[in-house]
Design a protein around this ligand. Structure first.
Ligand code: GAR
Length: 209
């Protein structure tokens, strides 16, 4: 599910196509009819469904429509890749342990929006991104993998966001690959990688296979 440019979707599609991960994208859903993510999918023959909220529609009923749309595809995993709309609690609970998100900060720092700006304003020496399982607490689900980037002198939001995004394109397919291979699960709210609980997120330093 994506709202915008879909560069993370592109990275995931590349990883699937090249065989680096053993997974298949079966459908792409967007809340924005004009999202580039939808054309990225339809261009390669993947069903692309625009499902924007309707006027006056509650978050709950939008969530029900999303579940109904997903149903026929029988997806094992829902991947939020720049999906910028808060999902209903019922939607999140229905997909408990089967939905992941990527967030452009080193969670728990900078939940929510404008993460790059806030990292710059706070004068932080490093910033990054986090892949986590989704729970009803916004950006609060258990984290699996993070990548760090330095904040460099002269950085603005655009430069910092681009540096982080490049790392997103590496860590998101990696985590999806772990899940597809049966190496990563999240029973009872605790991620388990290769049979071991992750009590803190792993940091991708290039050595993780
Ligand atoms: C990414 O930076 C992703 O981390 C962020 O939106 C961007 C989407 O880029 N997601 C969030 O902020 C979610 N709260 P993309 O459309 O090019 O993949």
């Amino acid at each position: 599910m994506a709202s915008g440019g879909g560069s993370n979707l592109g990275a995931i599609l590349d990883a699937c196509r090249s065989g680096r991960i053993s997974a298949e994208v079966v459908v792409v859903i967007s809340d924005k009819a004009a999202a580039r993510a939808l054309t990225r999918a339809s261009d390669v023959g993947i069903p692309a469904l625009p499902i924007p909220p309707e006027a006056g529609e509650t978050r709950e009923s939008h969530g029900e429509r999303l579940l109904a749309a997903l149903g026929p595809f029988d997806a094992d995993l829902v991947v939020l890749a720049g999906y910028m709309r808060i999902l209903s609690t019922a939607f999140v609970q229905r997909l408990s342990g089967r939905m992941v998100n990527i967030h452009p900060s080193l969670l728990p720092r900078h939940k929510g929006l404008h993460t790059h700006r806030r990292a710059l304003e706070a004068g932080e020496p490093e910033h990054g991104c986090t892949v986590h399982y989704v729970t009803p607490e916004l950006d609060g689900g258990p984290a699996v993998l993070q990548a760090k980037v330095p904040v460099l002198p002269g950085d603005d939001e655009t430069a910092l966001a681009a540096r982080v995004l490049a790392r997103e394109h590496v860590i998101y397919p990696k985590v999806i690959g772990w899940i597809a291979a049966g190496r990563l699960r999240c029973p009872d709210g605790v991620p388990m990688l290769d049979g071991r609980p992750l009590t803190a997120p792993l940091i991708d330093d290039g050595s993780l296979a």
